[in-house]
Design a protein around this ligand. Structure first.
Ligand SMILES: [Zn+2]
Length: 201
């Protein structure tokens, strides 16, 4: 079997780890990179290599942020701090932001709860959510989670977790598309889902 030089093969193998990239796609990306100027390649390498130091999660809401800083949304003082929308990932936060109609703040869980998982909720950004719910600033928490089994299990778990806090807990009357698919939902669907909300606590 004919193979590319070792470094090219290694890079193909690494790129194949990314979602949606197969062997052919990875090959095309590497062959395209080989045509770049050396400085541009070095800059790309540096950006990737320093991601762990330059990007972190927002201490307030858990969204991706510059390391050691609040995220761009938590820095916007005019946003309604009494309304907090809970999402699974920063990608979902961006999808809701793109719909352009949500004026509250967010809380990013960093995952969700599997009904099969014995370690319920470990690793999720839950202690901070409880702090926010008890802070006196937040009036309503919207659980904008996926409408699949894990999303529903997470919503039930969170409603229970927030039971003894003074906040109203709601969820979109119309389910949001599951998981990563929310990123592709159109703004109108997201707006409709967030406008009609039902109380679950
Ligand atoms: Zn934030």
């Amino acid at each position: 079997m004919t193979q590319y030089p070792e470094t090219v093969e290694s890079l193909i193998a690494m790129l194949k780890l990314l979602p949606g990239i197969g062997r052919r796609g990875a090959e095309r990306l590497v062959l395209s990179l080989l045509e770049w100027e050396p400085e541009k390649l070095a800059f790309l390498g540096e950006l990737i290599g320093t991601l762990p130091e330059t990007v972190s999660t927002c201490p307030e809401c858990g969204a991706l942020a510059n390391a050691g800083e609040l995220c761009t949304i938590c820095r916007q003082e005019r946003r309604d701090a009494s309304l907090v929308c809970v999402v699974e990932t920063t990608a979902q936060l961006f999808a809701i932001e793109a719909s352009g109609n949500f004026r509250g703040r967010y809380h990013v869980l960093g995952g969700r709860i599997s009904p099969m998982d014995a370690e319920n909720g470990s690793g999720l950004n839950l202690p901070r959510l409880l702090e926010r719910a008890r802070s006196g600033t937040v009036r309503e928490i919207i659980l904008a989670l996926s409408s699949d089994v894990e999303g529903r299990a997470t919503a039930i778990y969170l409603a229970d977790l927030l039971r003894d806090t003074p906040v109203r807990v709601t969820q979109p009357a119309l389910g949001l598309p599951a998981g990563a698919n929310l990123s592709y939902a159109d703004g109108a669907t997201i707006t409709a889902a967030l406008t009609g909300r039902t109380e679950i606590k």
